[in-house]
Design a protein around this ligand. Structure first.
Ligand code: PEP
Ligand code: MN
Length: 340
């Protein structure tokens, strides 16, 4: 931590701050300036109380952290990339994966037919929610355990690894039996008990950004997973809540670029939940590829109009095939393998 003092502090006033620093277990190194003095504080913050409280001393202008709070996933500590392997699908700087499937698992026929269609069009993982976190308690909540059985069947028939959401700690083991990747949704992105239980299953974790999470909050959520000894984390930008109403959320492409500089973890883009409407999926996906995303997650349904959730944003089978054709040149241009 660096403590920046207010202008023109006396020697006694500076020494008093140094005493507080020592009391908290750190070693102060004071850099005397003509008008502004700065104190660099050395010590392990995991062992001592934070110095942040010293901002309340009358001599102190601000207290600045110099290390990232997310230690395990930060490039600062972990300079190497942290690719995630799921079956044959690799999320890395050299590859590109498309996860596709329905928003919710509704029936065996709906899920298996979608799995076959998205695989034929080039998707490499199947998505589908058995447990759905719905804004309204009156909306379809998912088939639960029956949905998991359907996903297991779709996996058996197509060989596609399964991505499915965990909404309650209670179901962690059960979901992990079927899921190759456990999704933590935007509504649960800051549910630390859930993140911890999901991490303990040792499945890869797809961590969506919270509806209004800052990048730091998102990365610290990932740190919770890594802290359980599970480094298989895929970050997913799915749009954040802003004042704009033309789209369901605002796809924050800057976040993809920033987070990729901060961490070596793979980052993918979810244009479906960002846009909330089918006609914007392709343009947003292309932008995601251009900004450096390592993959996409897209919702596809045999009959979107009659879907039990997210009707407006799901692509038809034909729509998804056309989508894959449309993004292919962009993926090629990015120099990555994959994307169908
Ligand atoms: C979903 O993937 O269907 C979902 C609910 O996404 P999000 O958590 O991003 O809203
Ligand atoms: Mn959805």
């Amino acid at each position: 931590m660096i403590i920046v003092l207010k202008l023109n502090q006396s020697k006694e006033a500076v020494e008093e701050v140094e005493r507080h620093v020592r009391d908290l277990g750190y070693t102060p190194h004071t850099l005397w300036g003509e008008v502004r003095t700065v104190i660099a504080c050395i010590g392990d913050e995991t062992e001592h109380a934070s110095l942040e409280a010293l901002v309340n001393l009358p001599q102190v202008y601000e207290v600045l952290p110099i290390q990232k709070k997310y230690k395990l996933i930060s490039r600062e500590v972990h300079a190497e990339p942290m690719p995630v392997q799921v079956g044959e699908a690799r999320f890395s700087a050299e590859t590109f994966q498309v996860i596709a499937g329905p928003c919710a698992v509704e029936s065996l026929e709906q899920t298996v037919s979608t799995a076959k269609a998205v695989k034929a069009a080039g998707a490499t993982l199947l998505r589908g929610g058995a447990y759905k976190p719905r804004t309204s308690p009156y909306d379809f909540q998912g088939l639960g355990p029956e949905g998991l059985e359907i996903l297991a069947e779709a996996k058996k028939e197509t060989g596609l690894p399964v991505v499915t959401e965990l909404v309650s700690e209670r179901d962690a083991e059960r979901v992990a039996e079927v899921a190759d990747v456990i999704q933590i949704g935007a509504r649960n992105a800051l549910n630390y008990a859930l993140l911890t239980e999901a991490a303990k299953t040792s499945r890869a974790i797809l961590l969506k950004r919270g509806l209004s999470s800052t990048m730091q909050e998102w990365l610290l959520a990932a740190e919770y997973i890594a802290k359980q000894g599970n480094p298989r984390i895929i970050l997913c930008e799915r749009g954040i809540r802003t004042y704009e109403t033309a789209t369901r959320n605002t796809l924050d492409l800057s976040a993809v670029a920033v987070v990729k500089r901060e961490t070596g973890l793979p980052v993918i883009v979810d244009p479906s939940h960002a846009a909330g409407r089918a006609d914007l999926i392709a343009p947003l996906a292309k932008a995601g590829v251009a900004v450096g995303a390592d993959g996409l997650i897209v919702e596809v349904h045999p009959d979107p109009e009659h879907a039990l959730s997210d009707q407006a944003q799901q692509l038809t089978f034909e729509g998804f095939e056309a989508f894959m054709r449309e993004i292919r040149p962009y993926v090629e241009l990015s120099g990555r393998n994959g994307g169908g």
